[in-house]
Design a protein around this ligand. Structure first.
Ligand SMILES: NC(=O)c1ccc[n+]([C@@H]2O[C@H](COP(=O)([O-])OP(=O)(O)OC[C@H]3O[C@@H](n4cnc5c(N)ncnc54)[C@H](OP(=O)(O)O)[C@@H]3O)[C@@H](O)[C@H]2O)c1
Length: 328
């Protein structure tokens, strides 16, 4: 039985970890940690978690915990990932896992040196339709790729003191949603990309609410554009790829299952101008978070500790957020 400890009492825990864990018999949530002992106790009681720690370090010091799931605000991800690895724990860290230049590579090295699994929770990638989609592109189904476009729009953050609207906690739409766009773009292009353009379209209170950018390969043959948006109160997530042979557009590509927590269903739709219509796998009622946890746990069981992070995307995210900070 693999024992998981949750580092923070974040809202996302339920959807991303607690529900998926309940569907399995090979792992358990053994403990939760909060900055407040009372919050930890209340959260543990509410979610039937055996142990509550009133400090994050207390959780890391528990020798019976194998895996730490980090769901703090973005600004604390790098720090607690390093601490957890130093404590000898495997780590599943919420996106964006690395927000500071150089940290993706250095923490990857630390994980490898310690033979620990380090994975960023880029959940959309683990859905079988997305695996197929990326697989087709890897096999040059569209030939050489000329253009990629990703967009992710979500509703305006309305929770009180929402971390998304807090600059000091590395909030803002580029950090929160742009990380998915960059992950998909870099994964699809598979070559170094450079910012050609990066702009804040709307902002508030020191954070960006709508940002867009354009990236290009050094030979100029492949371009990528992205748009991330909290301001228009719509939900949209799309990956579009144009190659020599045609195009594929995956609607809901960055979020291929819906938000009905207990009974998720597929929301992606593939559009293409190809004469051979590619067939993508269904999720069969499992969420991206189920698939993500499955990948993580099966990797551990097989002793596969190859880091599952996208260092190029993390570097672009760190660089881009520094550039955007000058414009906010
Ligand atoms: N994978 C996904 O689909 C997805 C979706 C949403 C969010 N996320 C990511 O998950 C993470 C958490 O997001 P969320 O919306 O669930 O966050 P949230 O509900 O605001 O919770 C964040 C938690 O972090 C802890 N924390 C530590 N220092 C804090 C500080 N200075 N201010 C506020 N909270 C602090 C708090 O727990 P304690 O007080 O108990 O310590 C708090 O409950 C973010 O990194 C976000 O990008 C991922």
């Amino acid at each position: 039985m693999i024992s998981i400890g949750i580092l923070s009492t974040a809202e996302i825990n339920r959807q991303s970890l607690l529900i998926p864990v309940k569907k399995r018999s090979d792992c358990q949530v053994r403990a939760v940690a909060s900055r407040s002992s009372q919050r930890a106790r209340e959260y543990a009681k509410l979610h039937d978690i055996p142990i509550a720690y009133g400090s994050y370090q207390g959780l890391l010091d528990d020798p019976k915990i194998d895996v730490i799931y980090i769901s703090t605000p973005n600004a604390l991800h790098d720090f607690w990932t390093e601490k957890a690895l130093q404590a000898g724990k495997h780590v599943l860290c919420e996106k964006p896992a690395f927000t500071v230049e150089g940290n993706a590579e250095s923490l990857k090295k630390l994980a490898l040196t310690r033979n620990l699994l380090l994975m960023e929770a880029m959940h959309y990638r683990y859905h079988p339709a997305l695996k197929d989609f990326f697989g087709l592109l890897d096999q040059k189904f569209l030939g050489d790729i000329e253009f990629v476009k990703t967009s992710l729009s979500y509703y305006f953050p309305t929770r009180e003191n929402d971390i998304r609207l807090n600059a000091a906690l590395k909030g803002g739409v580029f950090m929160h949603l742009g990380c998915y766009c960059l992950d998909a773009i870099t994964g699809i292009v598979g070559k170094p990309l450079f910012f050609q353009d990066l702009n804040v379209v709307k902002k508030t209170n020191g954070v960006d609410l709508k940002s867009e950018g354009c990236l290009v390969t050094s030979d100029g043959k492949t371009r990528a554009e992205f748009l991330c948006d909290y301001s228009d109160n719509i939900f949209e997530s799309e990956i579009e790829v144009k190659g020599e042979r045609g195009f594929m557009r995956l609607r809901s590509g960055l979020n291929p299952t819906n938000f009905v927590l207990e009974n998720p269903h597929d929301t992606w739709i593939l559009e293409t101008d190809l004469s051979t219509q590619p067939c993508l796998s269904k999720g069969d009622g499992f969420s991206t978070y189920d698939f993500q946890l499955d990948y993580f746990i099966e990797s551990l069981k097989q002793g596969n500790h190859t880091p599952k992070i996208n260092a190029q995307a993390s570097e672009l995210l760190a660089e881009g957020s520094d550039l955007l900070a000058l414009k906010i």
